[in-house]
Design a protein around this ligand. Structure first.
Ligand code: CA
Ligand code: CA
Ligand code: CA
Length: 160
């Protein structure tokens, strides 16, 4: 290719540039889509599955902590996972759908899940119940639960 370029060569390069830019935009869009999906459905091997049926909770043996919360208060609770397991069951239950609590989970290996609200599980029932699953085993160590009084009148009591 010699300079100055002929018009046909300039047109050709413009077309190539246009295609490259279009490809770059498409790739960025695809990457953004994937990232967004992963934030909701899974994080590096972890998936969240919602539990809507209240009866199923009887099948889980989890340590239950009783706490109270007021508007704007944050409670930090934790659960220690010592042995290999592929599932962590989480059940925040305040039993009063007129009050609204918010939940976020921090894994020992640096992942976060949430924020979750009452209706995140598809049911506005004063309870947020789900499992965090990882077929390779969930991280061992201290899982931290951040419970926030999002819209609470008076004092709300709950278990988790
Ligand atoms: Ca409290
Ligand atoms: Ca309550
Ligand atoms: Ca709920």
């Amino acid at each position: 290719m010699q300079f100055p370029l002929r018009n046909s060569e300039v047109d050709y390069m413009k077309k190539i540039m246009f295609i490259l830019i279009a490809l770059a935009m498409l790739t960025a869009y695809a990457a953004a889509e994937e990232f967004e999906t992963e934030q909701i459905e899974s994080v590096e091997g972890y998936t969240v599955s919602w539990i809507e049926d209240k009866e199923i909770t009887d099948n889980y043996q989890t340590r239950t902590v009783y706490e109270t919360i007021v508007q704007g208060e944050t409670d930090w609770l934790s659960k220690t996972v010592n042995s290999y397991t592929t599932q962590l069951h989480i059940d925040l239950n305040w039993g009063d759908s007129s009050d609204s609590l918010r939940l976020k989970i921090y894994s020992p290996d640096g992942h976060t899940f949430g924020y979750y609200y009452d209706n995140s599980d598809g049911s506005n029932d004063g309870r947020i119940q789900f499992n965090i699953n990882n077929p390779d085993g969930i991280a061992r160590g201290t899982w931290r639960y951040e419970v926030y009084g999002y819209d609470v009148s008076g004092t709300e009591d709950y278990t988790i």
